[in-house]
Design a protein. Structure first.
Length: 942
């Protein structure tokens, strides 16, 4: 910005007094300042802010340029004036600043003024400390405890396409390139937008002003002070701009700020809260924001009642962005989303897209209270924030879509998914030590399945044994007590415990003591129940029993375990396992009775039984599986396969749990079985066993395929139930991939019809991913080319996503290599999608080694060129190594680790260790099980 910033009137008015006092102070401290002992030991080399200063408010004006400058760069300029208070005497101000170019005034990168007439030390020296991302301001004197000061900066930054901080997103509208200036501050990118105390506990009030071109709309956390339609142009630096000011925010963390300038339009509703959904004009006029708008009101109401706290803000904006790194971001009052997650087109979107919109909107809105109103003090406990939202998103979505039974799906999407990661010796506890999480990449690494899914799973377990009423009562007191403040996780336990007492709930131990076992130690137990003696025992469940757990636990890997169970279909009173083992005589069964534990998988653990009980469960499954609750039918399969992996039961027993599937029509057990068989496919894809497996699965899927053909009048309609719709997709996918002929004809015909008439796609949205994939796999270059053209043309992101994954299904290596190379060219594959494309290719039997070669060859380039913010390196490593099961592959992996140790692995460091551990376990597993698996399938197909 061309304009000079002036100190406040107060500051100027008191100059004389100020200077006089400063002079005295300077002379007093000069000698000490020269003494190196006196400078606090290099505080600017530490990643955490010192506890000397607290922010109060920021006034920030930003002006993003939506046209490149003469050097072809997109930039933004800005100025900031912040007020902070000194709470511990200091002569240095550290404030985060990253990749900003700060303008000098009087030779310094910032100006310091007083508020009122108190003396202000003069600035001695300022510089940018790049590694720790600070603007360092050394003073010729000390700031006084209790005094407030004002710090002013003026700066310029790049409005890059790096998806971090204030950045730009591009899209094409009728052949015209459009630029959106948008932001992603979380977790540590606010400092890339303006100098700030960029830690979650440094809450402040933000007065935001945006300058932007006429014809565009500016949005931020607060509501605009003058309605968008009444804005006036002003001239700054002889450029006509609109100045939009926003209402000051509530006290909040920097990572929740949001700024957007676009020429979007919106749909809105005005109840007690103004709700708006923003997107590209065409998406809005086509009605793609309507579903999100329909959802938001009810979901906000749901959470207001659930938390018993009114929605804290005057408006709720949600916006869909063409380029966005995460799925969505819960900026307070202005939630940002990938287009696929917010926009819904009744004609083109699948039921999965619809569900995703409902759950993500619920997730982000849940954060408006839990996370935004009350915020964890530091990132080491981010699991509580993310786990919580990942749990209650199911409750919010269930309220909006009660027909879906969506609450059941947490078991597949979160519990089972994270069991796979948390059963590794290289896993980590939910909560880390505060001092272990310092650098931005350490913070980023925490946003993993453990934080989200295990967090959700253990909170669901907690809510179950407290009862939902007590859980929400404690939660509500917690939120009311800490509104606009920060907490540590134990604060929540404290208020839940109070609710437990107030309601006379009997627990064997306090909430804090029970939860510490689940939060502070990694992993989870397997509970073994012997139904002939009634003895229960627990043991840390490790997928590879020979792996070595190096991380010590003060709880010795024992948990306090709530056990919900039933006997031959009759629910029994909950029992607790408080130590290594115990005996419960009621758990003894008599002849023909079976016992089933962990009902509905509300507990975060697996269950094993004596062989007799397993056989009775199998017997029940084959006679009448409906007696066993559907979630537990999925659990029996998942536990059995994983217990077999861990060598606790024979692999043939695990395989026996899928025999009954020829009678199963429900989605959850099928999906679980297919997931587990995927592992067998990955391990045996290069062996003779593969063909026998295919033959067996074809036999098992055929009845399901026929069932859906019947249910849909020969594929003319779609099943009514949400889960049935999912299972229809499974039926087609597996029938086609195992070679059920009528299936392949079906998908190839549909795709051919579409190729013949590209303007009319006859394939139902639910089935598109599967049909495209199956047709492209069966087809040649022509089918692929057509898919690629349709991908480039797709104006609906969810449609583009379906094509994007299907393009990786081709069996042609040349095409796969071409597709991989596109991930390095953002005009072909958006940066946000590059990771997914690589992982999709790696999931294809033919593409696996190509993707691995590609990653090895380009690691250095991708890592240094893109770094944080565009590739998810952890996902890439996990994806390309998932089928590794030979010594040769292990050696390649170790070699890769060695060769790139100089470049580093950043946020993929843990993923690489996991990949090595998994590969070692796979090698052993194949050696030990190949024979038995092959025999089982051979027998069953004989
Ligand atoms: C910020 O702006 C508000 C409203 O315009 C004003 O009252 C306040 O004094 C300003 N604060 C600073 C630090 O400039
Ligand atoms: C949104 O709600 C309106 C009114 O109930 C309804 O007519 C419309 O079909 C809904 N739109 C979507 C996409 O669900
Ligand atoms: C626990 O296991 C030990 C060793 O197997 C056994 O001696 C003991 O009786 C068991 N305790 C209970 C309460 O079952
Ligand atoms: C298990 O979940 C089903 C479906 O969500 C529900 O109907 C049933 O009541 C639950 N059972 C128990 C014991 O909680
Ligand atoms: C499909 O429907 C026909 C007639 O309605 C019936 O005879 C057949 O058993 C059904 N098949 C399946 C798998 O449900
Ligand atoms: Zn979240």
């Amino acid at each position: 910005m061309g304009k000079r910033i002036h100190c406040s009137v107060m500051c100027v008015g008191c100059t004389l007094l100020g200077i006089a006092s400063v002079a005295t102070i300077v002379s007093l401290w000069t000698i000490q300042l020269l003494d190196p002992e006196d400078t606090p030991e290099k505080s600017w080399d530490k990643y955490r802010l010192p506890d000397t200063l607290l922010p109060d408010s920021y006034n920030v004006t930003l002006w993003p340029r939506l046209q490149p400058n003469k050097d072809g760069l997109y930039v933004f300029t800005g100025n900031s004036s912040m007020v902070f208070k000194c709470v511990r005497e200091t002569n240095v101000i550290l404030i985060h600043s990253n990749k900003l170019s700060l303008t000098k005034t009087n030779g310094h990168l910032a100006r310091l003024c007083s508020l009122g007439c108190n003396p202000v030390p003069t600035i001695w020296k300022t510089w940018l400390q790049e590694t720790t991302q600070y603007l360092v301001i050394q003073l010729n004197g000390y700031l006084q405890v209790g005094e407030s000061y004002q710090l002013q900066t003026e700066f310029e930054g790049e409005l890059a396409d790096d998806l971090a901080g204030f950045y730009r997103s591009e899209y094409d509208e009728n052949g015209e390139k459009k630029i959106v200036a948008t932001s992603q501050m979380h977790p540590t990118h606010a400092r890339k937008t303006f100098p700030c105390f960029d830690e979650p506990a440094m809450k402040a009030v933000f007065h935001i002003t945006l300058l932007h071109p006429p014809g565009t709309v500016a949005l931020s956390n607060g509501k605009e002070t003058v309605s968008h339609s009444e804005t006036k142009e002003i001239t700054v630096d002889s450029t006509a701009v609109i100045q939009t000011k926003f209402e000051p925010t509530k006290p909040m963390s920097t990572y929740l700020l949001a700024l957007v300038v676009s020429d979007y339009s919106s749909v809105s509703s005005q109840g007690e809260t103004l709700i708006r959904i923003w997107a590209r004009k065409k998406a809005i006029s086509d009605g793609h924001g309507d579903y999100a708008l329909n959802l938001t009101g009810p979901i906000l109401t749901f959470f207001e009642n659930y938390y018993n706290v009114p929605y804290p803000l005057s408006k709720s904006d949600q916006i869909a962005l063409p380029d966005f790194y995460f799925g969505a971001m819960e900026n307070w009052g202005l939630v940002t989303y990938r287009e696929t997650n917010l926009l819904y087109d009744p004609v083109i979107s699948s039921n999965e897209n619809k569900e995703r919109t409902a759950t993500i909107v619920a997730h982000e809105l849940a954060h408006m209270w839990f996370g935004n109103l009350v915020t964890l003090r530091w990132w080491n406990e981010v699991w509580l924030n993310e786990g919580f939202a990942s749990y209650v998103e199911y409750l919010g979505a269930d309220y909006a879509e009660p027909e879906w039974n969506i609450k059941d799906l947490i078991v597949l999407n979160d519990v089972h998914r994270v069991f796979a990661v948390d059963a590794l010796a290289s896993s980590h506890p939910l909560s880390s030590k505060e001092e272990e999480i310092m650098r931005p990449e350490q913070i980023s690494e925490l946003f993993d399945a453990i934080s989200y899914s295990k967090g959700a799973a253990v909170l669901r377990m907690l809510s179950d044994f407290l009862t939902e009423t007590v859980f929400v009562q404690g939660l509500s007191t917690y939120l009311n007590t800490f509104a606009y403040k920060n907490t540590v996780g134990t604060d929540l336990w404290f208020y839940l415990q109070r609710a437990v007492q107030a309601n006379g709930i009997v627990l064997p131990r306090g909430v804090h003591e029970i939860m510490d076992r689940w939060v502070l130690q990694m992993g989870f137990p397997v509970i073994t129940i012997n139904t002939s003696t009634g003895e229960l025992s627990q043991q840390h469940f490790l997928l590879d029993p020979e792996s070595v757990v190096e991380r010590p636990s003060e709880f010795k890997y024992e948990w306090i375990v709530p056990v919900n169970w039933m006997k031959s279909g009759v629910v029994q009173p909950r029992t607790w396992l408080l130590k290594k083992n115990a005996t419960n005589r009621d758990m003894k069964t008599s002849v023909g009775q079976w016992l089933l534990a962990n009902l509905n998988v509300t507990g975060y653990y697996r269950v094993n039984y004596d062989l007799d009980n397993w056989n009775r469960l199998l017997d029940q499954l084959s006679k009448d599986h409906h007696v066993i609750p559907v979630i537990n039918r999925a659990q029996i399969v998942d536990d059995a396969f994983n217990l077999a992996r861990a060598k606790m039961i024979p692999v043939s027993l695990a395989l026996n749990t899928i025999k009954y599937l020829s009678h199963e029509r429900e989605y959850m057990p099928w999906e679980t079985a297919l997931d587990n068989l995927d592992y067998f496919y990955l391990m045996f894809d290069q062996t003779a066993t593969y063909d026998i497996m295919q033959k067996y699965l074809k036999k098992q899927i055929t009845p399901l395929f026929s069932y859906f053909r019947n249910l849909t009048s020969d594929w003319m309609t779609i099943p009514a139930g949400h889960m049935d719709q999912y299972n229809q997709v499974n039926a087609i996918r597996v029938a086609c991939s195992t070679g059920v002929e009528s299936c392949q004809n079906l998908t190839t015909n549909w795709y051919q019809q579409w190729m013949d008439n590209p303007d009319h796609n006859p394939i139902h949205p639910n089935l598109r991913s599967t049909v495209y994939c199956s047709a492209i796999a069966a087809g040649k270059a022509e089918e692929w080319e057509f898919g690629w053209q349709m991908f480039k043309k797709a104006s609906i992101a969810s449609e583009a996503d379906k094509l994007m994954s299907s393009l990786a299904c081709t069996r042609d290596e040349l095409l796969l290599n071409r597709y991989l190379s596109y991930t390095l060219d953002s005009t072909k594959v958006r940066k946000q999608d590059a990771t997914s494309v690589i992982v999709y290719v790696a999931s294809n039997v033919v593409g696996q080694s190509l993707a691995w070669d590609f990653v090895r060859k380009n690691w250095r380039y991708m890592f240094t060129e893109y770094g944080v913010g565009s590739f998810s390196f952890a996902k890439i490593i996990g994806g390309v190594t998932q089928s590794f099961s030979t010594q040769h592959e292990l050696e390649q992996l170790l070699q890769f680790k060695k060769e790139n140790s100089g470049v580093g692995f950043g946020s993929a460091t843990a993923a690489l260790e996991q990949a090595i551990e998994k590969t070692q376990a796979n090698i052993k597993w194949v050696a030990e099980n190949e024979r038995e698996v092959a025999d089982w399938f051979t027998n069953e197909t004989a």
